[in-house]
Write a protein of this length. Sequence first.
Length: 335
Amino acid sequence: MTSQDNVRCGTRTVAARGAHGRRPMLAAVAALALLAGTAGAQARGLLIGFSQATLQSPFYVQLKNGAEAAARADGNRVIVLDANGDVNKQNNDIQDLLTRGVKVLIINPVNPDAVAPALQSASDAHVPVMTVDRNIHGNGVVAYVGRNNEKMGRIVGQELVGLLQKAGKPHATIIEIQGDAGGTVMEQRRDGFNGVAKAAGMKLVMGPYAEYVRANAVTAMQDLLQAHPEVNAVYAHNDDMALGALQVLRENNRNDVLVAGVDGLSEAVKQIASGHQYVATAENDPIKLGQVTVQTAEKIAAGGKPPSFVDAGTALIDKQTVDQYNTSAVFAQHK
């Protein structure tokens, strides 16, 4: 959660949407098949350490739940520690996990540069390290399990820009509510979206870092709406923040402002299905991501060599594809 070339903007055909909707399923199936080949060789009772950047976002709670469930199913155990967005706590948490004797260490880094001390400690203890959802800068990681966040931002940007252009707003003002300062996910979702928006001549207003938390986005959007009443659309780096922005817009009778996010939160997907204001998100099922992450850790522990990037797949969710998703869980899952 790699960049892609060939930024495209504007309207895509229904046939293209349908084909794109199948790609994440193929990617996920390929990843699972690749990892399942060593399932029989996994030793039961494996202890896996998982240092989470935060559990304040529903996405990361579900990622944790998916990882724990997958480990239990294989007779293994995951110890999850929450850094609560604190770099120093994360390094201390990793030291704690190493002391407890974990055989594989999974890191969802608070900051891509700040876990260097912990990586050195893991190397000294001969414990392999992998990352999930957010990667780190530099070396020291055996595998990174995630999704293409640049692509997520890009496909959401293509949909939002296309709708604004169709509405006769070729130079619309788009407010962007950002995730976490310095985070790789934030950078990639920003760059993917901004590449499309800037190429189309849209005006971008970069909002504050709301840390992927809805309450923070509500506060940010209240200020941004006062400062930029000319706004035509809002893009947030996750659906939780986008829903916070939507709340503020509706409280101020601004039903004319389009909203888009990322992650496929079921609450957002239901908004896409039932209305016309929340227009797009990108699939990012954390339960599946947690499953693939643990299977990768088990493969590493068994002496296997997974690819350096294990892609769990993504796809655009909009009015044309929304019926392909089940929204009974916290995050939408492809049917």
